[in-house]
Each structure stands twice: as structure tokens, then as C-alpha cells.
Design a protein around this ligand. Structure first.
Ligand SMILES: CC(C)(COP(=O)(O)OP(=O)(O)OC[C@H]1O[C@@H](n2cnc3c(N)ncnc32)[C@H](O)[C@@H]1OP(=O)(O)O)[C@@H](O)C(=O)NCCC(=O)NCCS
Length: 178
């Protein structure tokens, strides 16, 4: 697998973010608005900086361990602290695709969410046509739970999406207090 590390998203990643928002696959398969507003990279960063403070989300840059180059994003766009559940996501810069970066990033992000967040359930919401992303999910131990039809993804886009999830334990039962 590719040698990467996850760094907390910061000002130094604004150029990297700017290079992602115009990519056709990012526009097709993520919640980035189309067309992206000119200040989209800064909005993206502000959202994750705020989320880090209030615990509602967390964002990391995926960085090449050797060169320090920005390769993409590993995100927890929605964290439910009480429910110990998080939605995760990932984006790889077009020039870095096809060599295991997303799989390495999701693997590290999953470890972080299970250990640091103490999450019991991790979710990925993947467009039915996003074959590469489904491959990444399966490789990292996520299982497809089902398909949700005509989900509102963003303005102007409803899509059929799949719910993929990974649990901290194989099965968590509900224990009723006696
Ligand atoms: C999806 C995405 C993150 C994958 O990044 P990546 O670094 O290329 O992923 P990896 O190299 O780790 O793995 C991709 C896997 O999908 C496979 N793949 C790539 N394109 C494919 C396609 N069109 N159909 C089927 N499989 C495909 C690759 O062969 C690889 O599988 P393998 O390692 O078993 O051969 C990247 O394409 C991306 O950023 N897309 C736009 C944003 C996005 O869709 N994010 C996910 C939202 S849920």
C-alpha cells in the first residue's frame, strides 16, 4: 500500500483543495456544489476547522510521507458523539489515483475513528455508479448494507446511493437495563 500520513486539514492545504474542486469525478460523486463557488476551498477548510472545535466533523489532508505532497482528503463529515457513529469520506487528487492512496487513507481514517473517536459504527455513502470507491470500501473491511433511492445529495442532484458500514465489533446488541 502507498505510504501516506493524515495531517489535520489547515491553511497549508488550500492550494490542494483548490485543485480538487474542479475535478469532474469530485463534482459528480461528492457534495461539492456545482459549479463550485470561487471561495469553495476556504469554505471547506472553515467547515472542518469549526467542526474540530465543536466535535461535529474532522478533516485530514492525505500527504505523501516521502515528499510531503498533498494527495487528497480523508474526512469525517458527520460525527455523532452520543451515537458513537461517524460518516467517513475520501477524495484523491486526479494525478494520484489508481495506486492505492484512497485505500491507505481510508484504512488510517478508520483506525483513527475506531481508536480516537471510539466510534462503534462507521458509514460510507457511495453513489451506485462509483465503482472505484466501492472497491476501496470493500478492501478496507466495509460491508454493503443496502441501496437508498433518490437521495438528495446537493442542489440539483438526487442519486441512488449505497450504504456501506464497518462496525467496531461484529455485532452490538441492545442491553436493556433491568
Ligand atoms: C474514488 C477515489 C477516492 C479512489 O481513489 P484511488 O486512490 O484511485 O483508489 P485506490 O487506488 O486505493 O483503489 C481504487 C480501486 O478501484 C479500482 N477502480 C478504479 N477505477 C475503477 C472503475 N472505473 N471501475 C472499477 N474499479 C475501479 C482500482 O483498480 C482499485 O482497485 P484495486 O486496487 O483492487 O485494483 C478517487 O477516484 C476519487 O477521488 N474520486 C472522486 C471523489 C470520490 O468519488 N470520492 C468518494 C466518494 S464516496
Amino acid at each position: 500500500m502507498h505510504t501516506i500520513r493524515l495531517d489535520p486539514l489547515g491553511e497549508e492545504h488550500l492550494d490542494g483543495l483548490a485543485a480538487l474542486v474542479d475535478d469532474p469525478d469530485v463534482q459528480r460523486f461528492t457534495r461539492v456544489p456545482v459549479p463550485p463557488p470561487p471561495d469553495m476551498p476556504r469554505r471547506w477548510l472553515a467547515r472542518y476547522e469549526q467542526g474540530r472545535l465543536d466535535g461535529s466533523c474532522e478533516g485530514f489532508a492525505v500527504v505523501d510521507r516521502g515528499t510531503g505532497a498533498f494527495l487528497g482528503l480523508a474526512l469525517a463529515p458527520a460525527i455523532d458523539q452520543e451515537g458513537r457513529t461517524a460518516e467517513l469520506g475520501y477524495v484523491v487528487a486526479p494525478g494520484a489515483r489508481g495506486r492505492g492512496v484512497a485505500s491507505a487513507a481510508l484504512s488510517q481514517l478508520t483506525d483513527w475513528a475506531l481508536s480516537e473517536l471510539g466510534a462503534l459504527r462507521l458509514e460510507l455513502i457511495i453513489d451506485v455508479d462509483n465503482a472505484a470507491s466501492k472497491r476501496v470500501a470493500g478492501r478496507c473491511g466495509y460491508e454493503r448494507e443496502g441501496m437508498l433511492r433518490s437521495v438528495h445529495v446537493k442542489q440539483g442532484l438526487r442519486a441512488d446511493v449505497e450504504m456501506w458500514a464497518r462496525l467496531a465489533e461484529r455485532r452490538i446488541g441492545y442491553t436493556q437495563a433491568e
